[in-house]
Design a protein around this ligand. Structure first.
Ligand code: NI
Length: 175
């Protein structure tokens, strides 16, 4: 059984770190990807960036399938926006900000490049959910969160509620 990792909860300064490019495609990278997939499935998530488990490497795992049987790994992903006017609106959530979902618009025509666990390079023009999810996860690698796209008032409200939530968790653990 792969290891279950601890997911960082917002607000946490470690979620703002910029991840480093993966240069070693070794066994430990495969082990980390497996542990991240296990952690993501366990938390009922559809995507997880290494930043969220306090590993600051450019590594993302994802499964957008209905039956949760299509695990995908993206290493060193980058994308180019092909059309700034073609947007896809999706109610985004995040395992690091549990309990909050907000409509976010993102470009839906992108040219995506990434590497697999063996270092092989891939290129695709994704459609639909993958397009917005990969942008959400790449944001994590750059220290950015989906709430950064919201207005200041909404963002502050979520921040306050998350601070309260974390205080309650800490208190629960102390008792
Ligand atoms: Ni997220």
């Amino acid at each position: 059984m792969p290891e279950k990792l601890k997911i960082l909860i917002f607000p946490d300064p470690r979620l703002r770190k910029v991840a480093k490019k993966v240069t070693k495609f070794d066994k430990s990278l495969k082990k980390l990807a497996e542990a991240m997939l296990h952690t993501m499935y366990d938390a009922n998530g559809i995507g997880l960036a290494a930043t969220q488990v306090d590993r600051h490497l450019r590594l993302i795992v994802m499964d957008l399938s209905e039956n949760k049987d299509d695990p995908r790994v993206f290493i060193n992903p980058t994308y180019k926006i092909l059309d700034n006017h073609s947007l896809y609106e999706f109610e985004e959530g995040c395992l690091s900000i549990p309990g909050f979902n907000e409509l976010i618009s993102r470009p839906d025509k992108i040219d995506l490049k990434w590497q697999d666990l063996d270092g092989n390079e891939h290129n695709d023009k994704p459609e639909g959910l993958l397009t917005v999810c990969i942008q959400h996860e790449i944001d994590h690698l750059n220290g950015k969160l989906f709430i950064d796209y919201l207005g200041a008032i909404k963002r502050q409200m979520i921040t306050r509620k998350m601070q309260k939530y974390k205080r309650e968790i800490a208190r629960g653990k102390a008792e």
